[in-house]
Design a binder for this molecule. Structure first.
Ligand code: NAG
Ligand code: NAG
Length: 224
């Protein structure tokens, strides 16, 4: 009998504990996006209100570098080479010999950059891929294939959208291709983007949202 007061207080506490666990269950069961493979090559079809581009994306986290090779439809090719020290080179390889250099506070996207994204459910996208969908910082909506966990599609808040056409895990572009042309290092020919201007350019595209988690990276093909 002496133990009665003890057990009457223990039972409500257990009920409260069980109730709070139940409340926590739905969100803890939400799928989380797969981290990006540390090295991959992807061909992306970009569409920004009908303007199309084809991007070769070479993501290379161990070597701290990321490359977007951007083909404008029936037009020029822009090379956007980013280093994890914050330096980006944006250049052409044609007779114009143009190169812009930007120095940004933040390097390339981390493989876990999608951590903390808010799960919004399942949707069919791009002609029939069943995807889990997340939103990150009101900035990007990201679609990942339910069966393969590969990215299929993402959309920036600006409406710029990427359709993932190929996704080759482990593919690495040879070192020689990562060399920016000599005119990127020739002060007479190099157009160094002042930091403020570069920041403005990125913020227009939304890259500087969410405490800068994407600032300085146009890895996802939104600043050009
Ligand atoms: C590109 O996006 C626009 C909407 O912004 C859409 O009308 C058009 O069909 C899309 N084009 C392609 C090739 O996906
Ligand atoms: C960052 O690394 C690249 C490649 O090694 C180099 O060309 C560039 O000068 C570096 N930038 C800084 C600020 O050190």
């Amino acid at each position: 009998m002496a133990s009665l007061p003890k057990s009457t207080t223990v039972v409500p506490i257990l009920i409260l504990l069980a109730a709070s666990l139940c409340l926590a269950l739905p969100s803890s069961k939400d799928p989380v996006p797969a981290a990006w493979p540390h090295q991959f090559h992807s061909i992306l079809m970009m569409n920004y209100t009908g303007t199309l581009e084809l991007i070769d994306l070479w993501y290379d986290w161990p070597n701290g570098r990321n490359f977007n090779i951007i083909r404008h439809q029936l037009g020029s090719v822009t090379y956007d080479l980013e280093w994890n020290n914050g330096t980006s080179f944006v250049y052409t390889l044609d007779s114009a010999r143009e190169c812009k250099t930007a120095h940004l506070e933040v390097g390339i996207l981390r493989p876990d950059w999608l951590d903390g994204a808010r799960y919004v459910g399942r949707r069919l996208v791009d002609g029939g891929f069943l995807c889990d969908v997340w939103e990150k910082a009101d900035f990007i909506t990201y679609y990942e294939d339910v069966d393969t966990n590969r990215p299929v599609h993402w959309v920036f808040y600006t409406g710029r959208e990427a359709h993932v056409m190929t996704f080759e895990v482990g593919a690495v572009l040879e070192d020689a291709k990562w060399q920016a042309p000599v005119y990127c290092f020739d002060n007479k020919k190099t157009d160094t983007v002042p930091e403020a201007e570069a920041e403005a350019e990125y913020s227009i595209t939304g890259a500087s949202m969410d405490g800068g988690f994407l600032k300085g990276s146009n890895l996802l093909g939104f600043s050009l």
